[in-house]
Design a protein around this ligand. Sequence first.
Ligand code: B12
Length: 257
Amino acid sequence: MTQQSTIGLDEAAEELGVHYQTAYRWVRAGKLAATKVDGRYCVERSELDAFRERRATPAPPPEPSAVRLDRQRLAMGRALFDGDETKAREIVARLTSNGTSVARLIEEVLAPPLVDIGSAWHRGEATIFVEHRATAIVERILGGLSPNPRGRRRGVVLVAGVAGDRHSLPTLMATAALREDNWTVQHLGADVPVDELVTFIEGHRVDLVVLSAVGPGAVDRARQAEERVVEVNGVPVLVGEPGVSVGRLLELARAAV
Ligand code: B12
């Protein structure tokens, strides 16, 4: 016997194991798609299956509030300044298990303390070892975040920093955020000569190039690299400047490809 492709709402309610009134409320609330045929609600069997699956999938936990992230950022700042890697890892583990996205974690919890440490170093209030130690901790944390989301990949992105810019952290941040947003990333790290970018793109599939630029003069060199790659490889290029968030990067990347 073949199954009917459309069934009545009473039958659908029975299959879902709920009272007719409950199923009716779901229809009225737009949660379960049904059409009226001769004054009677009917449900497509495919819709019923999809609804059952939606109900069985637990909703992701709500993301922490801005206030809560503020507190975590302050705690992360102290941990990074003091070189307390255990504490820094605890904060990250708690936030990721609470549903904080990698992009928000970077933007609201990890990047601001690094900017503060850079300013403190510039004012002579933090030693170089404080900055180096904090950088090393953040590198290990970012390396441990390996987002592998479900679903089809959007495309392949090459992420790199330009020649002469030793700031590799922003390239790591961009890589982690893009992977979370379903991109395949070829991460080449910092200080990559433009000829290498061109050669790499010639030999590999690359849909988008993302250049992170942070150090002195790096933005200008990244713009020159952009011109060259667009001209030779015909691939779109995005240049990230200091202070431009990874959230913005994700928006630009989606719009570019
Ligand atoms: C760690 C660090 C270093 C480390 C880097 C180690 C590493 N593995 O990365 C080391 C010790 C190597 C270093 C060296 C230097 N540094 Co330094 N460094 C920093 C520090 C503290 C953090 C850098 C960082 O990761 N920033 C990234 C995050 C935290 O900042 P962000 O601006 O929000 O970045 C976002 C975007 O980049 C975005 N993003 C990433 N990719 C992309 C791509 C796209 C398309 C988009 C849209 C967005 C995007 O993601 C980030 C997070 O949201 C900064 C402080 C600061 N304000 O950044 C100084 C800083 C960048 N350094 C500075 C300086 C001066 C130097 C040196 C010249 C020091 C020296 N005298 O040797 C050298 C330069 C070396 C070189 N040739 O590049 C200055 C730069 C000043 C300037 N006007 O350019 C800063 C600002 C410190 C300061 N306040 O003076 N540094």
